[in-house]
Design a protein around this ligand. Sequence first.
Ligand SMILES: *Cc1c(COP(=O)(O)O)cnc(C)c1O
Length: 395
Amino acid sequence: MTYSEMDKQFVLNTYARNNINFKQGSNATLFDDAGKDFIDFTSGIGVVSVGHGNQRLADAICDQARNLIHTSNIFLIEPQAKLAKKIVELSGFDMAVFFGNSGAEANEGAIKIARKYGEKKFENKKYKVITLENSFHGRTITTVKATGQESFHKSFFSPYPDGFSYHKNIQAIYESIDDETIAVLIELVQGEGGVNPFEKKEIQELSVFLKDKGLLLIVDEVQTGVYRSGEFLATNLYEIEPDIITLAKGLGGGVPIGAVMTKHKDIFEPGDHGSTFGGNFLSARAGCEVLDILESYKNSGALDEAFLYFETKLKEIAQKYDNLFDGVVGLGLMRGLRCKKSEHQSVAIQKAFEHGVLILKAGKNTLRLLPPLTINKDEIDEGFKRMDSAFSTLC
Ligand SMILES: *Cc1c(COP(=O)(O)O)cnc(C)c1O
């Protein structure tokens, strides 16, 4: 039995999986079981932030695993405290953090904080959470309902929890706020929905409006966070101060961890929320190491150099294939190419794969590029060279 047959027979069929069998990785390069190399412009959907096979991260994880992997959240967890302090310091906000294991769970935590806030701080309970069309907030029953894409709201999973509605754009958010609204939950750059950054001014106005009304702004930074945007948080780039921020993907460099942070530190009390695994020794230690690596990478100027170089190459290829693409979208190392024809999206990804470069889709017509943040110049050059060969077959 091949592994691919084993996968088909024993793993539930939820992914339209490519059956390539990767064996090893080095920064932004992956090797399959035949030794063929691929340039990775996906980093596991924005997760492998410090690259594959990162020696420092591997050493930290091994060292931690030899001492303690897990006790439980009923005892002090030294690396969890350190990681929370580090996240708060890097964010520049006066906040405190709760750790879970994924993005969806981080958003669940955010919604729980908002709902309790809405009960405690107002005479009439406020509980409604407003989101945006083309957003993505997770796969649990609640976060899938918060996700503003009808295709995710399958009737066979119903009934969904009440109190969620999504709207066409930021302007429509203002019109949909009522007496029962407690929070607006948004991504600053929609990831899965198509790499759609919002305008800074529009977001700043929304932030001020909500603050004046005493309502909460929740920013889902599961994809944009941890330097993906070029700053520690996209929130820092947009110069706003949300009430609640969620993180996950890039935080553990591939070790599962999610986080929700808020300035409303008095809302949760013992018993309100919890997680068996969240922020355990292993994942928190990984998070600490990832942040140390990326903080010095950013401070050395290397991160800014990488994303400027990546941007130049991306603009070049968009220009060269202007018959295929409408242009470049996104920021930092969260980038996209907008396909003129949506039918080109999956073909381009397949062709790129055949030419040895991994790219993602987003929305209906976007090719999404989320390389490891530590990608080097040679890997960027090689990846774009391969994309060039792949795209030339589409013309
Ligand atoms: C990936 C993602 C999620 C869900 O994260 P999981 O770890 O898969 O639960 C939520 N929000 C955004 C913006 C994401 O990109």
